[in-house]
Design a protein around this ligand. Structure first.
Ligand SMILES: [Mn+2]
Length: 313
């Protein structure tokens, strides 16, 4: 049995069979172009998580009691394409078991695999892409699985909504849907941007959160920092709205590139993850794991395409 658990939570809340949440680390950094080190992201994230309070004041909850299973990391790195396929398969395996699947990267190319798996599983999927960069290149440096291409496929196969964007190549304007894009320089002047985003989302939402969406003043430890980003409380306010009003089916958090001079970035990533889980399960209250686990667990996810064959796994 593994001794290491997510955030150091007790074993009883960390078991694969009973946990509602699965966390898949993907320490991949094969295609990054500037600062290397995103492969160290999951480890730094997990270490910071162990030093975090597990009671969330805002939601008055201890969401770890829903159970968080720390999956084996996806370490396939022979090529970007093989890494994406491995992430896809691993994500699908846990989705088919009706888990709330979350991933921590690693660079943003990992999301190509996770989004593909969620899009297979959920109808009318929105991909809510929070990032400084558009990531809409069809191909970059010889691969369609480069981090610069992270949401190109999603732009073709899902309802992609982009938030926080402030850096892109001119060629990406031909792919981008400006009606569904929230540029950072416009968000600062639009007090209704959160409501405007909400209006564009379908019920089923997957969130892919590139940490460089944050302002570098609060999160400098990322591969490609860009000035003019999101701050902490506006981000939380926005995320809580999304979790309250939509069926968030899963999320990933990518591009933590640990820097020993800025450990606060690791803690921000850890806290962001825990906040998102807290919002997801907020409405399920703080019920004791042992009391209500069994009945909840057997309820198939009403939105899942796997309702009929969930027992195959
Ligand atoms: Mn980015």
């Amino acid at each position: 049995m593994k001794t290491k658990t997510y955030a150091g939570i007790p074993q009883e809340f960390s078991l694969a069979e009973t946990s509602k949440v699965v966390l898949i680390p993907v320490p991949y950094d094969g295609t990054s172009t500037w600062q290397k080190g995103a492969d160290k992201g999951p480890e730094a994230f997990l270490e910071a998580s162990e030093n975090m309070e597990l009671y969330d004041i805002e939601t008055d909850s201890e969401v770890y009691r829903q159970g968080v299973y720390l999956a084996d990391p996806v370490t396939e790195d022979r090529s970007p394409e093989q890494m994406v396929e491995a992430v896809y398969q691993t994500t699908k395996t846990y989705l088919a078991r009706n888990k709330f699947v979350t991933l921590v990267g690693g660079e943003h190319s990992i999301s190509i695999g996770s989004i593909r798996a969620f899009n297979d599983t959920f109808d009318n999927l929105t991909v809510l892409h929070i990032d400084a960069h558009a990531d809409l290149r069809k191909e970059y440096e010889g691969s369609t699985c480069n981090h610069a291409c992270a949401v190109y496929e999603a732009s073709q196969t899902t309802n992609l909504v982009q938030v926080g964007i402030r850096s892109m190549d001119k060629s990406e304007t031909t792919v981008m849907d400006e009606e569904r894009t929230f540029f950072a320089h416009e968000m600062v002047d639009n007090e209704f941007w959160m409501d405007n985003v909400l209006e564009l989302l379908t019920d089923n939402v997957f969130i892919t959160f590139d940490l460089d969406a944050f302002d570098p003043s609060i999160l400098p430890a990322t591969g490609t920092p860009e000035p003019g980003g999101l701050l902490w409380y506006e981000t939380l306010e926005f995320l809580r709205m999304v979790f309250e009003e939509k069926n968030v089916v899963g999320f990933d958090i990518v591009e933590l590139c640990p820097n020993e001079n800025h450990p606060a970035s690791n803690f921000l990533a850890a806290k962001l993850y825990y906040k998102m889980l807290s919002y997801k399960f907020e409405l399920e209250g703080t019920n004791d794991f042992d009391d209500d686990y069994d009945e909840d667990y057997d309820e198939p996810n009403q939105y899942s395409k796997f309702n009929d064959d969930e027992d195959d796994y």
